[in-house]
Write a protein that binds this ligand. Structure first.
Ligand code: FMN
Length: 213
């Protein structure tokens, strides 16, 4: 494997909102991407994820409307300056993307004896996030974009998709071909927040002691 091509994909990956073309994602490509997601590590090999593919425009429109309402809820919590910046930021591409993939977490899968989860219940959720990251990187490798949407109430999405009560919808992922992938995150481009230098989050021996190298 070419080491550089891996890092190139890691750094090329972007969260996409406004650049979807709505073009076709072939079944073969979709299968490869989902296989990559399904190959993720998981606590106790619980594989607690499911992937719900959503192409139906009625369902997508209902979700988009809900996301817009939640966007207003968030906007209502901002001061004037943040409000002005936030107004320019798109937070979803639900209808512009080719399809939605809702990734869910089933805490019952593999239970009661999930090896490695007895002390950290969240390890199940971490596993789902790793599947999502695999999916994201695979999609980037395939030349597609992904946008993670979290402006929703779990209860709403459960009802919309008939997800059982014990299962948590972790993400709505917008997927599809894109016009371009920007080199910097949208939030950085719009002045919402910058990437923190690596050195600032590296510690040595004790938390809070800066790393030397
Ligand atoms: C858990 C999670 C939830 C997110 N939710 C949203 C969202 O609701 N809307 C959105 O536009 N971006 C969302 N994002 C994308 C982040 O804003 C994005 O990853 C971050 O700004 C860095 O940009 P990049 O992914 O292009 O590097 C989410 C990302 C994560 C990991």
């Amino acid at each position: 494997m070419d080491v550089n091509s891996f890092y190139e994909v890691v750094h090329r990956r972007r969260d996409v909102r406004g650049e979807f073309t709505g073009g076709v994602v072939s079944p073969e490509v979709l299968r490869r991407i989902l296989s990559a997601a399904h190959a993720a590590p998981s606590v106790g090999l619980s594989q607690p994820w499911d992937f719900v593919l959503i192409r139906d425009v009625g369902i997508r429109t209902a979700f988009r409307d809900h996301v817009q309402a939640e966007r207003e809820v968030f906007a209502g919590q901002l001061d004037e300056e943040r409000s002005r910046i936030f107004a320019r930021i798109k937070v979803e591409g639900v209808l512009e993307s080719s399809l939605g993939i809702v990734v869910t977490y089933d805490p019952q899968r593999g239970s009661p004896a999930v090896l490695g989860r007895h002390a950290i219940a969240d390890a199940g959720l971490y596993s789902v996030c790793l599947a999502i990251q695999n999916l994201w990187l695979a999609a980037t490798t395939e030349g597609l974009g992904v946008g993670w949407v979290s402006f929703y109430r779990e209860e709403f999405l459960r009802d919309l998709l008939g997800i059982p009560r014990q299962i948590r919808p972790v993400a709505w992922l917008c997927l599809g071909p894109v016009r371009t992938l920007h080199t910097t995150p949208d939030l950085e481009r719009h002045g919402w927040r910058d990437r923190i230098p690596l050195a600032q989050v590296m510690h040595e021996e004790r938390f809070g002691r800066p790393a030397q190298h």
